[in-house]
Design a protein around this ligand. Structure first.
Ligand code: TRP
Ligand code: ZN
Length: 882
């Protein structure tokens, strides 16, 4: 058991830095076993700072020596702790020369300077720079950097850092050097270097202003056939930010580098974005449609950070959503605009809603719930969450809904006019939006300060004689750790009213007249909105386009939902009506499983599914999404007491019933949505493949020889990974004895040297309901498995613990024991990744008592283990806290 208790850091305790940094000159002598870092920093006292001590962070590095204004400091003149170095009562202007030594090849945490497949990479966000040298490693200290890299030329022919290359040459002894200068001030978390044997695809690109820039995508030698899409996405991102927000690339050179060992998706280091290979490498043979979409989104995301994150950065890490929420919103809009059609846009929106329900709502209702702008944390790495990112993006989106698209652009312009080059707070963004539009967004601040998912309860009333319609909205928000008695939020609720013919009625409200949709602004605990001139009893379409991240509680009848499902002009609510129809039945079926009652699915629901599946006027992508049933996790969130086996049985029953009833239609859609010709990842084709492969999955629920053959044929004939992987997954999930064995074998043999494809091989097996703990343990002994590579660990272990509920929650607790073992093993290597796995137990208190007991024991086992990281300790102790 750990004896020291980790420190909680509070937002309210923020103090400005005592010293600011004018310039940084870094010199690296790169050696995997022993890298020497020379660091010259020019510091000036900050007049806002409270004292004259220089406080430098530093962790896991060895100090060789430090000089102040040229004089070597003796040990008594500074204090060195586990966390850093302090020089007491320093003069107002100081030059420090600091030399440190580190061992990158021993660094398994992938934070700081590390080695991956023989190459050097850095990851400094959030607090990794302090693992490289002593420095005031906080985002409100922005400085100009010059970086000299020296390394063996044979092993590390490519030497990269932020900004512009200003000099390079030979050192004589087989070593060479490169000197880089970043013209922009930046916080230390945006520092990066790469020293590696890599090759690049490069291109000169002309900005709208006419200026020419150099774009590069760097990868390992064998991967040059997989860089086109990332390059295309980068060019699209540059163009989009010019057009939509008037923001231009501010450097002459922009680089993307792919690395196979990476804790997250990618990192926006100034001019030198470093990416998980997963979000760079693609060609039709190895990448799926989903992978392509992920690359576009993440390339966009990191590129957009150049303005929202880098030019304007965060004052402190509590403001993380200032850059992340805004940048996710920007990448979401980018992806939607790249598709361009209204339904395409809606499809991306539905995906976002699914992510919120699958991951953010549970987080917001669990022990790690925190506001979009947290008040405290133990380990900042634990706060790169769906709340900061996705809910943060929803908060930005609501502001756009409130001030309109043009108003939003005005707010962005004002934000940059005010804060370019600064480290600011979430409030500054909100203020820019409010001031640019003359709007009062004071109450809106609660979206940043109050955690929890609000519930909006709607009640409607129609008066036929007066032709009036009233919608009463009442809001509430559950308690979350440390927060009770929440105050009302400012919630935009987009509403339309459907007539009997399914068309939108004209709207006449107190405030406004609208064609199809009006945005009601709910600011009180309860508020009634009046509509006049309503000639017939309407069907309300509430919260169109998911206009706020809330749970909408309205007592819809089946008839109303069926009406919306077939006619709503808002595709998101059309989808939503289908989800509600399915959810009501899934909850009933789950209860019936629990009670041992017979299970049945009504013909009305089947008929609605049939109508949707066969409606050729609808985009394939939309039909596919609308046919996906709410996940087991989303169903669980709707229950007081969760019985994962009952949920699984109920959902499987529903899937089997649909498959049995719609077999001819499924087969017809399978044939109708083929995509002959050369593979293209465009939204139309991807949508067709998605629908076709959903049909295939349904056809393989209880397969006969013909269906197995169909899947096998697709597997063998596929000229792209989307179809190959879908066929393999269908075979695995079919549970047919040995249905998948030979396909699994040939897939592995064909792609043995494609790490990302082997990740899929593990992931597909880990998530299949037929894969139990014993099978996962067996897969861990496969020579291709390693805990050290985060992508591989995620593919098998995370996909089992988080994506295979019926096996993970095995009645004997063996899934939880496995989880505890893996959290502890991973923590010794990589605390950030371990802490993410630890989160899979967040919702343990909601399970049936027998499972709860096993879960608690597993949590206690982790909490009680020796030398636990702060990362994991924070997660498990919050889970166990009352
Ligand atoms: N800023 C990165 C992004 O959202 C996130 C990130 C990448 C990160 N690597 C990390 C965060 C390591 C913490 C630790 O684009
Ligand atoms: Zn980001």
């Amino acid at each position: 058991m750990r004896t020291d208790s980790p420190q909680t850091i509070y937002r309210k305790n923020y103090t400005p830095p005592s010293f600011l940094v004018e310039s940084v000159e870094l010199g690296f002598d790169l050696d995997p076993a022993r890298t020497i870092v020379a660091n010259r920093i020019k510091l000036v006292r900050n007049r806002d700072g409270k004292h004259s001590d220089i406080e430098l962070h530093g962790e896991h590095i060895e100090l060789v020596g430090v000089r102040m204004n040229g004089k070597r400091l003796k040990p008594g003149q500074y204090t060195l702790s586990e966390h850093g170095l302090t020089i007491r009562k320093a003069p107002a202007k100081v030059t420090l020369d600091i030399e440190t030594v580190l061992a990158p090849q021993e660094n398994t945490s992938l934070s700081g300077l590390y080695v991956s497949n023989g190459n050097f990479f850095t990851q400094c966000e959030a607090e990794g720079f302090r693992r490289i040298t002593f420095f005031p490693d906080r985002p409100d200290v922005m400085a100009k950097y010059t970086v000299m890299l020296r390394a063996d030329k044979e092993k590390f022919p490519v030497l990269l850092s932020n900004g512009n290359l200003i000099e390079q040459g030979e050192l004589g002894d087989g070593r060479h050097y490169a000197k880089w200068e970043d013209p922009f001030k930046k916080p230390s978390y945006l520092f990066a270097l790469v020293a590696a044997r890599l090759v690049c695809q490069e291109e000169r690109y002309t900005l709208q202003s006419g200026r020419e820039v150099l774009l590069q995508v760097w990868v390992e030698e064998g991967n040059l056939d997989k860089t086109d899409y990332a390059m295309q996405s980068l060019k699209n991102s540059i163009r989009w930010d010019e057009q939509r927000f008037g923001l231009e690339l501010d450097l002459d050179r922009f680089m993307i580098v792919a690395v196979g060992d990476f804790n997250m998706g990618a990192m926006e280091n100034k001019g030198l974005n470093i990416f998980n290979t997963k979000y760079v490498l693609a060609n039709p043979r190895v990448a799926t449609d989903v992978d392509y979409a992920g690359i576009e989104a993440v390339v966009g995301h990191e590129y957009f950070h150049n303005w929202t994150g880098n030019r304007v950065t965060c004052r402190d890490w509590f403001q993380l959503s200032l850059k992340e929420g805004l940048t996710v919103f920007r990448d979401q809009e980018f992806s939607a605009d790249m598709i361009g059609t209204d339904t395409g846009r809606a499809v991306t929106r539905i995906d976002q809603v699914r992510t919120l329900r699958q991951a953010q709502f549970p987080e917001d209702a669990g022990p790690m719930a925190h506001p979009v702008r947290p008040d405290s944390f133990v380990e900042i790495n634990n706060f790169y969450t769906v709340t900061i990112y996705e809910k943060g993006a929803e908060v930005v989106r609501m502001m756009q809904t409130l001030v309109g698209r043009d108003g939003f652009r005005k707010g962005m312009d004002l934000y940059f006019a005010r804060h370019d080059g600064q480290a600011v707070q979430c409030d500054d963004f909100r203020a820019a939006m409010a001031d640019a539009n003359g709007r009062d967004l004071k109450q809106f601040e609660r979206w940043y300060s109050q955690a929890g998912t609000p519930v909006v309860k709607a009640v409607t009333q129609y008066d036929a004689a007066a032709q009036t319609y009233h919608i009463t909205l009442a809001q509430s928000c559950p308690d979350t750790p440390g927060q009770t008695a929440k105050l009302p939020f400012h919630i935009p609720v987009a509403v339309g009213l459907l007539g009997a013919d399914g068309k939108d009625l004209p709207l006449y409200t107190d405030g406004a007249a609208g064609q199809g949709t009006v945005v009601l602004e709910l600011t009180e605990a309860t508020q009634t909105f009046h509509f006049s001139g309503v000639a017939q009893r309407p069907t309300p379409s509430l919260l169109r386009d998911f206009s706020a991240p809330v749970v909408l509680d309205y007592d819809y009848s089946d008839a109303e939902l069926l009406h919306l499902f077939s006619h709503d002009s808002d595709p998101v609510n059309r989808w939503e009506a289908g989800q509600r129809l399915a959810m009501a039945r899934l909850l009933k079926l789950t209860a019936d499983v629990g009670a041992g009652a017979p299970l049945a699915l009504d013909a009305t629901f089947i008929a609605a599914q049939r109508a949707l599946l066969t409606d050729a006027t609808l985009d394939a992508a939309f039909r596919e999404l609308a046919l996906i049933l709410p996940s087991e996790t989303i169903i669980a969130e709707r229950m007081e007491v969760v019985d994962p086996q009952a949920i699984h049985t109920a959902r499987q029953f529903m899937r089997r019933s649909i498959a049995a009833a719609l077999k001819p239609e499924l087969l017809a859609q399978y044939q109708a949505n083929q995509t002959p010709g050369a593979y293209s990842p465009d939204a139309q084709s991807a949508g067709k493949r998605a629908l076709k492969n959903l049909a295939l999955a349904y056809l393989l629920i209880a397969p006969q020889a013909a269906e197995l053959e169909l899947a096998q044929r697709q597997f063998d004939a596929a000229d792209n990974m989307t179809d190959r992987a879908a066929a393999l997954a269908a075979l695995i999930h079919s549970g047919a004895p040995d249905g998948a064995a030979s396909a699994l074998k040939s897939y592995f043999a064909d792609f043995e040297h494609e790490a990302l494809v082997i990740d899929k091989w593990f992931a597909m097996q880990a998530g299949a309901p037929g894969t139990d703990v014993a099978a996962v343990r067996k897969l861990m002994t496969h020579p291709a498995f390693t805990l050290k590579n985060p992508n591989r660990a995620r593919s098998l272990i995370f996909n089992f613990c988080g994506g295979n509920p019926s096996q993970f929650h095995a009645a004997d607790g063996s899934g939880y024991a496995f989880w505890a073992e893996q959290v502890i093993a991973l923590d010794a290597l990589n605390p950030q990744v371990a802490a993410r796995l630890a989160r899979s137990m967040d919702r343990w208190r909601r399970y049936v008592p027998a499972l709860q007991a096993h879960m608690k024991a597993a949590l206690e086992r982790v909490a009680g283990s020796a030398s636990l990281s702060n990362d994991v300790l924070e997660v498990v102790s919050k889970a166990l806290a009352n």
